[in-house]
Design a protein around this ligand. Structure first.
Ligand SMILES: Cc1ncc(C[n+]2csc(CCO)c2C)c(N)n1
Length: 220
């Protein structure tokens, strides 16, 4: 079994909870309140800015030029995806860039990006790759799952199509072997450290949708 297969097995219960979450369910059956989706999309734009910076740090830490090129490419792509949201979703809602960027990050968004940047900056390269993997992998799996049902809402369908696309599949399929190759040189405790981050950030993926669904606010 590949190391990444064992990682996925460790989050099966979390992944099931993600698929069952009313935010994710509501994307296909249309029951998701569009204001919750808008809240999520704004937070995701903020998330992508930090995520891209985290990927650039991963690129700088990479132990091969191929990994460097890949993570830098994904870093720049994350910003391009974020910009394209301004031309599609935010335009549809008549939201300006200022309005998006002046929105404070919600607690779960800040929790997730802060964790990613802490691991990227302070911990070994292989641990950081483990922390960033769920972001790719869970979105791809969710995209593939949701595209089978389709959505009654064209905006939600556009979101689903992005993550169910062949282009996105190629991105995820480029990242997984990086983790598997790194794992070949890791000790058992080092692999446990990777799995620890993988499980934590998978939980944060759940919390991110939950944040959108409840339009999470700072209670103080
Ligand atoms: C909370 C949250 N998690 C994952 C993604 C998906 N995603 C964002 S950037 C990237 C890879 C590089 O472009 C991927 C897979 C998202 N948008 N928001």
């Amino acid at each position: 079994m590949n190391f990444t297969d064992s990682l996925w097995l460790s989050i099966e219960a979390i992944y099931s909870k993600i698929l069952a979450h009313p935010f994710v369910q509501g994307l296909t059956d249309g029951s998701l309140d569009e204001s919750a989706f808008r809240f999520y999309a704004i937070q995701d734009a903020l998330y992508l800015q930090d995520f891209a910076r985290g990927l650039a740090i991963l690129g700088a830490k990479a132990d091969s030029d191929d990994d460097f090129l890949m993570f830098c490419d994904h870093a720049s792509n994350a910003i391009l995806v974020e910009r394209s949201m301004h031309d599609s979703f935010f335009k549809a809602w008549q939201l300006t860039s200022e309005q998006v960027y002046n929105t404070p990050p919600a607690p779960n968004c800040l929790l997730y990006t802060s964790y990613l940047l802490r691991v990227a900056l302070g911990l070994p390269y292989y641990e950081a790759v483990g922390a960033f993997l769920p972001c790719y992998w869970i979105y791809w799996q969710v995209g593939k799952e949701l595209v089978q049902k389709g959505s009654v809402n064209p905006l939600y369908q556009q979101w689903i199509d992005t993550y169910a696309s062949d282009e996105f599949e190629a991105v995820v399929k480029a990242v997984l072997p990086v983790m598997d190759n790194l794992a070949l040189g890791l000790t058992q405790p080092q692999k446990e450290a990777v799995k620890h981050h993988f499980i934590i950030t998978s939980k944060m993926e759940y919390l991110f949708w939950d944040m959108g669904y409840h339009q999470q606010e700072w209670e103080v």
